[in-house]
Design a protein around this ligand. Sequence first.
Ligand code: PBG
Length: 312
Amino acid sequence: MERLRIATRKSPLALWQTEHVARRLREAHPGLEVALVPLSTRGDEVLDRSLAAIGGKGLFLKELEVAMQRGEADCAVHSLKDVPMTLEPGFALAAILARGDPADAFVSSRFEALDALPHGARVGTSSLRRQALLRARRPDLELRDLRGNVNTRLARLDGGEYDAIVLACAGLQRLGLEARIRARLDPPDWLPAPAQGAIAIETRDGDAATHRLLAPLNDATTRRCVEAERAMNRALHGSCHVPVAAFAREGGSGLELLGLVGSAGDGRLVRVEVSGHDPDALGREAARGLFAQGAGELLGLLDLPAPGAIPG
Ligand SMILES: NCc1[nH]cc(CCC(=O)O)c1CC(=O)O
């Protein structure tokens, strides 16, 4: 009997996503034996420092890729928004599943929406993108760090450390916690992280047998949308640890891509909207439009002194 071993992180969300992939694979290939290989990654272990501070790049992938290289696993399941814009050489995304809910969620027990929060309310998120969007809409809020898996973050909200937190709708829905969503934070005003809500399966480049097994799980429309979002972020030299947001959908005139770059410090935002047919070209066009509006300075890529810092 044919067998496929899937490497996965051990958080409840990662395990749900990998079980979901395993179910889909058993449906697509009756008789296929699918086994999970749960592993711990550096991203799961280091919780006391921000992800950006400990390097960010591929923090949730490395140990899973090592297992594939050693022949201990055939593929690995990831939240695509946590996958670096450029994969390690020798690896490929063999399938990207149909996207779940891409939106962010406002979560609070006492307040029903972001605009209902009182002046100075404490909001928890360590995402620079979410911080920038919050600052832009509500400069009065007190933003506080909040890391850990979805259940940990909810427990800290319930413990009273925050008045509200922001999480991904997809994660809450997958964990059966949809009732915690008090309000959706939807496009076009509020944009998700590039590829939020999409699950990807990574495998070794040359592993044709695994590619063949995974191919039926790929969703072509989702892949085009997330390719455009990730191409924009790549052209901005971004990772999942920069204040960058993007959301694409397939519309009447091809792909429509909304993008923004913000500043977690002061809530400045620049936005772009482009449409076209080639995901990669569209992503690069969006990045050019954002750079033209000063995105480089917001991302700290150019060493332009802030206006107030220029000596008189
Ligand atoms: N950063 C962690 C992470 N990575 C993927 C998801 C949610 C699921 C998804 O976007 O597919 C989450 C949790 C969150 O942001 O609330």
